[in-house]
Design a protein around this ligand. Structure first.
Ligand SMILES: [Zn+2]
Length: 190
């Protein structure tokens, strides 16, 4: 496995509509492995193909600390009417945070690495990760969703200290980046 370069703000691939994956190949399996490693090395809780400059419909999602799953062609079938507000960060915007309103629960349809269809319900924090990552596949970043007056940045030093500590910056909640809140509320999602 290898750590891939994560593309950042301003990179054109972040704006691209990612392509569906029709067939599982060795190349795609390798990409999945590398994305998992890249996400874990970066202290992230989610990663989308676009972010490693591969605009294909693949995401990695941390369901729990030792439970990272790969989803192919994920799609949100249903958004709850109830919403949640929370601060999000993104591995492609390393120092930036903002408050994003998301559906509290989503129903996601996707395929596994064996291309088997799966459907799952996610709520709270996990639902937020799915919405953030699937947005990436549609060329949308959290900066387009965040409430305009809620953006804040941390310093590079704070960021690096957080990576070293294996901890999230204080007061941050979700998105790609490791959060202060554990992802344990995801246990009902399958
Ligand atoms: Zn992101």
């Amino acid at each position: 496995m290898a750590k891939l370069e994560i593309v950042c703000d301003g990179h054109p691939t972040l704006k691209k509509q990612a392509k569906s994956i029709r067939k599982m190949t060795d190349e795609m399996r390798l990409l999945a492995d590398d994305m998992v490693e890249t996400m874990l090395c970066s202290n992230g809780v989610g990663l989308a193909g676009n972010q490693v400059n591969r605009p294909v419909r693949i995401i990695t999602v941390m369901h729990a600390q030792d439970d990272v799953r790969v989803y192919i062609n994920p799609r949100i079938l249903k958004f709850s009417k109830e919403v949640q507000y929370g601060d999000e960060g993104c591995l492609s915007f390393p120092l930036l945070y903002g408050t994003v309103c998301r559906a509290d629960r989503v129903t996601v349809q996707a395929q596994t690495l064996d291309m088997k269809k799966v459907k799952l319900d996610a709520e709270g924090y996990l639902a937020r990760i799915f919405q953030h990552e699937i947005d990436h596949l549609n060329g949308i970043t959290f900066t387009e969703r965040a409430e305009p007056d809620t953006f804040y940045t941390i310093t590079r030093k704070e960021y690096e200290e957080d990576i070293e500590d294996g901890e999230a910056p204080e007061d941050t909640s979700s998105g790609d980046k490791e959060a202060s809140q554990p992802a344990d509320d995801s246990s009902q999602a399958g």
